[in-house]
Design a protein around this ligand. Structure first.
Ligand code: TXA
Ligand code: MG
Length: 344
């Protein structure tokens, strides 16, 4: 694997390679993606292989222009209301951390969509991502650039550590600004439904198109228990996902208290634990293995730090990470979704 910068010249080189079948990891505003030509069967197969990703888990197709949507999605079966929603969302929230699930075009390989009749499409706002997509094939399939089930990468270093030997290039664009994956919104059914909460808040979507369902595999109040018994509509919404190597326990907001202070502490409790606070703890004192997601209790700032701080804590060789839930507003929905899956 070769590390490239986000310069025009390096991106041009990566784009040429991608168009010729290479796997290129690149920064987006959410997390790093592992890019492959969406229409190349061999490149798509290598993506699944590199990530150890099961073939039933479909990929998101990234485009750089609104006009490229028609290469991926066939909107002819959508009714007027659905077309209206698509138009509002794509005009107002693209480019950005929003993925739309739409009926797929038959030309898009089934391997990209895991055999589903729908395709997930996103127009990212990160300039390096846009350049890479535009200069390569205009349609880049890209899952998050991590091993299946592990923490998503918010820095090029995370990609190198997990996928280094298995991919061709990584474009190093520094830390990704949003820090959690895109919101996946299903527009292919009568009622729009959030399949994965992410970098675009439910509130921002509802302000444009009215109420949407939240249809994730775990109920909102779940604390590590199995969610709805029905199969997840988004195959990537597996119960255990986004996991650090260190065991993680989730606490309700405000109940994360310092080591040794919590009542009935079992004698065999972890000796070394780290804490991930949503906002600064009331009693103040932090140890070197504690992190605070947002000094001001802002869900946007907290989301931007989530995977980054989990990667840091995971590298400390701790026995346990105890994390505090975020409030269920704004990007708090996405933060809690990732923490619940990390805790399973
Ligand atoms: O922010 C992001 O979305 C990042 C960056 C790289 O763009 N990508 C990303 O991809 O998170 P990935 O593969 O890690 O997650 C894609 C999610 C999975 O949960 C997958 O099941 C779902 O999108 N998905 C993809 N196609 C779908 C479809 N046709 N119907 C339902 N869910 C789909
Ligand atoms: Mg992923």
């Amino acid at each position: 694997m070769e590390i490239l910068s986000a310069s025009e010249q390096d991106i041009e080189r990566a784009a040429k390679a991608l168009a010729a079948g290479a796997l290129v990891a690149f920064p987006t505003e959410t997390v790093y993606g592992l890019g492959a030509d969406a229409f190349s069967l061999s490149a798509l197969a290598r993506v699944f292989e590199a990530k150890n990703r099961p073939r039933f888990d479909p990929l998101i197709i990234h485009i750089a222009e609104h006009g490229a949507l028609s290469r991926i999605a066939d909107t002819s079966s959508l009714d007027d209301a659905a077309m209206q929603r698509l138009s509002l969302l794509s005009q107002r929230l693209w480019p950005g951390p929003l993925t739309l699930v739409l009926p797929k075009r038959p030309e898009l390989p089934d391997l990209a969509t895991a055999g589903l009749a729908t395709a997930a499409v996103r127009l990212p706002s990160h300039p390096a991502a846009q350049k890479l997509i535009r200069l390569s094939t205009g349609a880049v399939a890209a899952p998050s650039a991590n091993l299946f089930g592990c923490l998503s990468p918010t820095r090029a270093e995370h990609v190198m550590a997990q996928l280094g030997a298995k991919i061709d290039f990584v474009i190093d664009g520094g830390k990704t600004p949003v820090g959690v994956e895109s919101t996946v919104l299903d527009l292919s059914r009568d009622t729009p439904s959030i399949l994965r909460p992410g970098g675009t808040s439910r509130e921002a979507i509802e302000a444009l198109i009215g109420p949407v369902e939240l249809s994730t595999a775990l109920p909102a109040d779940s604390h590590g228990t199995q969610g709805s018994p029905s199969a997840p509509r988004s195959p990537g919404q597996l119960k255990s996902h986004y996991s650090p190597h260190t065991p993680l326990v989730l606490c309700r907001r405000g109940e994360l208290i310092a080591r040794g202070e919590y009542p009935n502490r079992p004698p065999n409790a972890a000796q070394s634990e780290g804490r991930l606070y949503f906002s600064p703890p009331g009693n103040g004192e932090l140890t070197p293995s504690d992190r605070v997601l947002s000094a001001t209790g802002d869900t946007l700032e907290a989301a931007a730090n989530l995977f980054d701080m989990l990667h840091e804590l995971d590298s400390l060789g701790l026995e346990l990470i105890r994390a505090e839930e975020a409030p269920e507003t704004g990007l708090g929905l996405a933060i809690n979704d990732r923490l619940r899956r990390a805790a399973d």
